[in-house]
Write a protein that binds this ligand. Structure first.
Ligand SMILES: NC(=O)c1ccc[n+]([C@@H]2O[C@H](COP(=O)([O-])OP(=O)(O)OC[C@H]3O[C@@H](n4cnc5c(N)ncnc54)[C@H](OP(=O)(O)O)[C@@H]3O)[C@@H](O)[C@H]2O)c1
Length: 107
């Protein structure tokens, strides 16, 4: 599957990303680039701030992810923005998109 991980170069990501990659998935990580990332070869890195997710909507949706793993959302508003960013992407690509907010997202 094509998996997009929002955040994922940090403490938890350094375990999750290699597991996903070694399982044969095509993995892209979206992050600011502030953290030092040693991503496995073949894992793509997209730079951007999660607080401006909609500004990156075009390039993120162009990835046509089957699964989006949100690692850093900390509020309901952030989770809703994430849902808005990818809503309908499945229909436009013909691929089913599953959204897995990591945070429960309580305002
Ligand atoms: N570590 C724990 O024990 C633990 C326990 C419970 C819950 N959590 C939660 O789980 C999540 C991940 O934890 P973690 O320890 O892996 O965090 P972390 O080490 O701080 O890593 C955060 C990741 O998110 C990216 N990131 C942070 N702010 C961003 C922004 N505004 N836009 C885009 N990317 C951003 C970072 O990359 P850049 O800096 O390059 O942007 C990095 O990839 C967090 O929400 C944390 O609160 C962690």
């Amino acid at each position: 599957m094509r998996i997009l991980v929002i955040g994922g170069t940090g403490f938890i990501g350094r375990f999750v990303i290699p597991l996903l990659h070694d399982s044969g998935h095509t993995v892209t990580v979206f992050h600011r680039g502030a953290s030092v990332a040693s991503l496995p070869p073949g894992v793509r890195s997209l730079r951007g701030d999660r607080h401006h997710l909609l500004a990156h909507q075009h390039e993120l949706r162009a990835l046509a992810p089957d699964v989006v793993i949100e690692m850093i959302a900390s509020s309901g508003a952030q989770t809703r923005t994430m849902m808005d960013t990818f809503r309908g992407a499945a229909q436009s690509t013909g691929v089913s998109t599953e959204l897995l907010p990591c945070a429960e997202g309580r305002d």
